[in-house]
Design a protein around this ligand. Structure first.
Ligand code: WTA
Length: 651
């Protein structure tokens, strides 16, 4: 009996690509063989094939000063030219680059020729504002074509963009502007979300009032929401009065492969976000390589849709740089999945005949909750590859995605990577491998990973351990903006020249890699990284708070959810009649301080926090409480009875 069940499980556990899919697949096993035979020669070949170099490189990798890598460093290129001009020159100017869909239902199709023109115009405006090579430009925009245009215009002139997700607060924006010393902010009056206009320019005004550096000279404003905004003469400029009228002649310069391309802030284990720095050549090589092979891209016929916002790394690598470098046609959607109706995404898939869809498990799980009758109202037969990113995808969600969205026969690729890695690192290549639901399976060709014990020994058998990347890779981060020490400490201190990813992982008996989530104080809520410490600092900044502890509790839809435990100041307790009011106030406070994505699901007002004798908060016990579990071992607590007191207050 047992044998039979095992056998049945074995059968559904792996999915073989269909013979038709395998026959047309762009990837083949030779990629793995070539990379295994000579990793650096493999990447050099990819770099020559996928990227147009103004000056060819002769050196592939310089790793003489770890952890500071240089890839293709004597080569020169222009990243924007690779994403635009070269396709137009190759006769593809009329191909649609972007099918843009606004939330209210307005839409625009933008060809490669039009996108190239618009980027040249924007580049001219940036230069007329005194922005040049190496200058930082903050971008705070909704998901409108101008977001892509802005990023590429910045790249075209060798400046460095720092895109800040439109859901972040003025405080978060201000600290990012100050840290990068940005001289220009590109924003919009507002954008559409959940059927309403959310203001952006007013947040920029607030942020600029808070910045300490005073580095911003101009604010370039796209008109989108038509909401009322204030205007600072001399500083603020309308996009439609500057870019639209600018010349579409712009001669690009070539920049060294290691020229910085962008800074993207991400949460770390401290309260201060890290400005992850990426450079040009290696980043473009690996984003275009992975976009082509992981998604089996056929640029002449495919319509690609990555649902990520450009404010996150997924939007950088798989909305902007990878797809455009590959000359792909893609969908860009401004709004939320359920506006104005819960079938909106599937309506878009049907409308544009999307063939490759790349999204996050949290979205898939919320669609599962709504039920299959919603996607089933639409024609999804154009889909042929499905991708997942951002957090571990549970096998149930993987299977549902394949069955209900993919019609039961198309590949699902689970892709593991990070802001720091710049591009996909662990993922099956569809058409080449059998697929295992729930597992990211294997490093892509040219990437080497391992799973180590705390002491740095490879783990044996199926035991879990810490994921490391053992060899430098082209799209790797080059540092943390302005903080080389933190870069070394965070990623390279634990295992020397092996990159410490901060994720747990294990290998199953087939050698497939399963990601097990973060091993540090970083939470993953709806595929977004949030720092426990950052939210705790925000909570204690509120005048009512004496102490706060935050944990990431598992959540059916969002993967993890922020749950906070707060002790109020004694001086406040008497004024607050209902603890629910305090919880609500503190939840709002975090949303205002950091952004709505960081708003705790719950704030429990308690009298005590569980601490060890040395005063360290035992978050593990709070997580047990937040997840409604039996509280674990309390023997190391200074006061072992404390958990009972807290449990009673939480109920
Ligand atoms: C998690 C997003 C499991 C992981 C591209 C990582 C994943 C963090 C997966 C990076 C996956 C991302 N399976 N976990 N397929 N993809 N993660 O920087 O914990 O926003 O360290 O980059 O997300 O998040 P980031």
């Amino acid at each position: 009996m047992t044998v039979q069940i095992d056998h049945a499980l074995e059968e559904i556990r792996r999915f073989r690509p269909s013979p038709e899919f395998a026959a047309q697949s762009v990837a083949d096993p030779a990629l793995y063989e070539a990379a295994r035979a000579d990793r650096l020669a493999f990447w050099a070949d990819q770099a020559r094939e996928l990227v147009q170099w103004e000056k060819p490189f002769t050196r592939t990798l310089d790793w003489t000063n770890p952890p500071f890598a240089k890839w293709f460093d004597d080569g020169e290129l222009n990243v924007a030219v690779n994403c635009l001009d070269r396709h137009v020159e190759a006769g593809l100017g009329d191909r649609v680059a972007i099918h843009w869909e606004g939330e209210p239902g307005d839409s625009r199709d933008i060809t490669y020729a039009q996108l190239t023109d618009e980027v040249k115009r924007a580049a001219n405006v940036l230069e007329s504002l005194g922005i040049g090579s190496g200058d930082r430009v903050a971008i705070y925009l909704p998901m409108i074509p101008e977001a892509v245009v802005s990023m590429l215009a910045v790249a075209r002139i060798g400046a460095i963009h720092s895109v800040v997700f439109g859901g972040f607060s003025s405080d978060s924006l201000a600290s990012r502007i100050d840290d990068a010393e940005a001289s220009l902010v590109i924003t919009a009056d507002g954008g559409f979300r959940k059927g309403r206009v959310f203001p952006l320019k007013p947040v920029v005004d607030e942020a600029l009032a808070k910045t300490e550096g005073g580095t911003v000279r101009n604010v370039l404003v796209v008109r989108r929401g038509e909401n009322e905004i204030e205007w600072t003469e001399g500083r603020d400029l309308w996009w439609h009065e500057t870019v639209t009228d600018a010349s579409n002649e712009h001669v690009p310069s070539a920049f060294p492969a290691e020229h910085p391309l962008f800074i993207l802030y991400t949460s770390g284990t401290t309260g201060k976000p890290k400005g992850i720095l990426h450079t040009s050549g290696g980043y473009l090589v690996q984003t275009s390589f992975t976009h082509k092979y992981v998604f089996d891209l056929h640029p002449e016929t495919d319509v690609f849709w990555c649902t990520a916002d450009v404010g996150w790394v997924t939007g950088h690598s798989y909305v902007v740089y990878g797809p455009l470098a590959n000359g792909a046609t893609q969908v860009l959607y401004e709004g939320t999945p359920d506006t104005p109706h819960p079938g909106r995404w599937w309506e878009i898939v049907e409308k544009y005949k999307v063939s490759i869809l790349y999204t996050a498990p949290t979205a898939i799980r919320s669609f599962m909750k709504l039920g299959r009758q919603i996607p089933q109202q639409f024609n999804l037969r154009s889909l042929r590859v499905l991708g997942s990113v951002g957090e571990p995808i549970n096998p149930e969600a993987w299977i549902w995605y394949r069955e209900v969205i993919g019609g039961g026969s198309i590949p699902v690729v689970d892709t593991w990577w990070q802001t720091e890695t710049g591009a996909i690192m662990i993922s099956p290549l569809p058409g080449v491998m059998d697929l295992t639901p729930g597992s990211a399976q294997a490093p892509i060709p040219g990437v080497e990973v391992d799973i180590l014990t705390d002491e740095g020994e490879p783990v044996d058998g199926e035991n879990g351990g810490f994921l490391v990347i053992t060899e430098p890779w082209p799209a790797m981060l080059r540092g943390i903006w302005g903080d080389p020490e933190r870069f070394k400490q965070t990623y390279w201190e634990k295992y020397g020249e092996k990159y410490f990813a901060g994720d747990g992982a294990r290998r199953d008996e087939d050698g497939d890699i399963w990601l097990l989530g973060r091993v540090d104080d970083v939470m993953n809520v709806s595929g977004h990284r949030l720092s426990t410490t950052e939210i705790e600092s925000s909570l204690v900044a509120h005048p009512w708070t004496a102490e706060a502890a935050v944990v990431g509790a598992s959540d059916e839809t969002t993967g993890q959810a922020v749950v906070a435990f707060v002790i109020l100041k004694a001086s406040q307790v008497s004024h607050i009649t209902d603890p629910n009011d305090a919880s609500e106030e503190l939840r709002k406070h975090v949303a205002v301080q950091i952004g709505a994505i960081a708003r705790p699901r719950q704030v429990f007002i308690v009298n005590e926090l569980p601490k060890t004798r040395s005063g360290k908060i035992m978050r593990r016990l709070l997580r047990d409480l937040a997840e409604g579990r039996q509280v674990g071992d309390t023997t190391t607590l200074a006061d072992t009875s404390i958990m009972e007191v807290i449990s009673a207050q939480v109920r």
